[in-house]
Design a protein around this ligand. Sequence first.
Ligand SMILES: Nc1ncnc2c1ncn2[C@@H]1O[C@H](COP(=O)(O)OP(=O)(O)O)[C@@H](O)[C@H]1O
Ligand SMILES: [Mg+2]
Length: 258
Amino acid sequence: MMAADKAQKWALELDGVGRSFGGLRAVNEVGLQVAVGSTHVVIGPNGAGKTTLFGLISGEIALSSGSVTMHGQNMSRWSATKRTLAGLGRTYQITNVMAGLTVEENVLLSLRGKSPVKYNFFSDARPNAEEDATLSRLLETCGIAAHRRDRAGAMSYGRQRQLELAIALANGPRVLLLDEPAAGLSPAERGPMADIIRQLPDDLTVLLIEHDMELALGLADRVTCLYYGEVLAEGSPDAIRANEQVQAVYFGTAEHHA
Ligand SMILES: Nc1ncnc2c1ncn2[C@@H]1O[C@H](COP(=O)(O)OP(=O)(O)O)[C@@H](O)[C@H]1O
Ligand SMILES: [Mg+2]
């Protein structure tokens, strides 16, 4: 069956996706296919439209044109909440953990599908045995098992970003959008974050924005380079590394012709 085969191959399919802000075409006619279980990295200079593209996929920004399909379902008209419930997870460029809660409490709330805003210190119970096992697995995956009882806000920025990943994973996404997971990390923190992303479950599809070319190419199965809202190049990490247009954008010789 053609339709079923297609649905299994692509976790995400973007077709002619566009978004304007006033006169500015921030994302223009973007086509993208992300294979199930792959790590697909979006690179491109500041202002290229990467974060806007993620907003269009997550539903936080409305499409001006085109369509977004996840596992064969066209979700172009779905709310962000409906997309989340269908298995789309994301983290943000700015960390969004609850600083006053412990690592365990942050992840437990996400596991239970509760908003931190509604958290009640007096009525919320400890994790049950099943939640406890899931918590252990998630914290292990994200490299913060030893920090389970630490207050989130007392941890280093790098560990808070690892916690943010655990919070996103606790929702059980099938497709995870990561917007610059290594941004703001020290050189010593970047390696561990890259290792964590590499060791995410095989059936999880990851679409990741990364400005740092070497980090991006080291993580990716497939790479798309955005430039002024358009796909400049798409290919394997090696093909992208060798691409002259990509080099021009990254090493400063490119000119933009509007
Ligand atoms: N809400 C908005 N209103 C107006 N312009 C925006 C808005 N969001 C993004 N832009 C513009 O769209 C372009 C792409 O931005 P963005 O998607 O954040 O790029 P990137 O993440 O690649 O750095 C930029 O020129 C930015 O100024
Ligand atoms: Mg951005």
